[in-house]
Design a protein around this ligand. Structure first.
Ligand code: ATP
Ligand code: MG
Length: 356
């Protein structure tokens, strides 16, 4: 039997509440299946840790994480700790140190999930966003000149390397090839006259290596509109760090809300651990009440199974989520129900029992 070593960072707010249910689902599926087992190691990092130690994670934290097979993260961020600290000192540090340059976010409307669209095409919302996760608009490069003076100027530089741009676009094509899907590139070459002209050129070049794959290319503003008016035109979508950040939140709203939005930060070469997490934050407004929706975290567990090659288990977890939504009985308040976080997790386990 394979043993997967998982570093768990429950984090802040609702993070620990939803992570507990994600672990429940992983263990249940693994136990019912019998091919794989998990060994979880918890790390108490996050904002509470920061308030005590002046840092979000141990100094040698990256070193301690590097030999795990994967990282399972709840959420970080809390009132009293500036967002840019919690983000840069933990989340972005892990993403960058482990070269997790692919951010995968499924935007799939499951049966029973709420959707704000009224038209018929909502039946076919099934996109896979592949967002560049290591550079681009979020490179952190820039300058702040003449601070506080009348001639004050701020520069925020987008960094698009050939290596970084090629590898994310190639990853999208490889994913589409395996799944028999189309690839859509989203950029903005008419206004961003260096970075996005380059992006489009690289997309064009890489697409020539995959003549059998149908491609589309949209400006980001048009893409935002099409996601609402006819989302079925998107299958595998590849885009930059900033555009991906924004459009996947639009996608989350289309496919059931933040409580159902899952994400994976992948290092495809497997030199370093990849990280699986719900897209939502620590949600201090509902933390400690036991009402957070754990389904996004369970969905990211499904992505973890896929990543390790147990696609059938990943599918079963996703099916369990869909059955729970269709039953429309055991749901948290964000989905109109009155169940608690752990009741939803327990129901997922019961459904899994029936699926094996
Ligand atoms: P961040 O600062 O990282 O964006 P946040 O704490 O502001 O995090 P968001 O993820 O942005 O939280 O979520 C916004 C709101 O959506 C939360 O305040 C909460 O009310 C709701 N929400 C988010 N995730 C969940 C969830 N899993 N279950 C129920 N409600 C959620
Ligand atoms: Mg927020």
């Amino acid at each position: 039997m394979e043993t997967l070593k998982i570093a768990v960072i429950p984090g802040d707010g609702i993070g620990p509440e939803v992570i507990a249910e994600g672990i429940k689902a992983l263990e249940k599926a693994a136990q019912l299946d019998g091919r794989v087992q998990f060994e979880f190691t918890h790390f108490p990092w996050g904002c509470e840790y920061y308030l005590e130690h002046g840092r979000m994670m141990d100094e040698d934290g990256i070193d301690r994480l590097k030999d795990f097979d994967a990282i399972y993260l709840g959420a970080v961020g809390y009132p009293g700790v500036p967002d840019h600290i919690s983000l840069w000192d933990l989340l972005l540090r892990i993403r960058k140190s482990f070269d997790q340059y692919v951010n995968i976010r499924p935007i799939q409307l499951l049966n029973g999930a709420p959707c704000p669209l009224k038209n018929s095409s909502k039946e076919k919302i099934d996109m896979l966003f592949i967002r560049e996760n290591s550079e681009g608009e979020y490179s952190g490069a820039g300058d702040w000149l003449f601070k506080g003076k009348p001639e004050e100027v701020v520069l925020q530089t987008g960094v698009f390397s050939r290596k970084g741009t090629e590898r994310i676009i190639r990853y999208a094509f490889e994913t589409a090839k395996e799944a028999g899907k189309t690839v859509t590139s989203i950029s903005k070459a008419n206004a961003l006259n260096y970075s996005m002209v380059f992006w489009d050129e690289v997309f064009e070049e890489v697409s020539k290596e995959y003549p059998e794959i149908q491609t589309y290319s949209y400006l980001v503003d048009a893409a935002a509109m099409h996601m609402i008016t006819d989302p079925e035109r998107f299958e595998v979508v590849v885009t930059s760090n900033l555009f991906g950040d924004i459009l996947t939140d639009v996608g989350a709203a289309l496919a059931g809300g933040m409580g159902l939005a899952a994400g994976a930060n992948i290092n495809p070469e497997r030199e370093y651990p990849s990280m699986f997490e719900p897209v939502h934050g620590s949600a201090p407004d509902i933390a400690g009440k036991g009402v957070a929706n754990p389904l996004a975290t369970v969905w990211s567990a499904s992505q973890m199974f896929d990543f390790f090659g147990y696609n059938d288990l990943g599918e079963k977890l996703l099916k369990a989520i869909e059955i729970l939504l269709e039953e429309n009985k055991v749901l948290t308040p964000d989905l109109g129900g009155s169940a608690s976080t752990s009741e939803v997790g327990d129901r997922i386990s019961e459904i899994l029992n029936d699926l094996f």
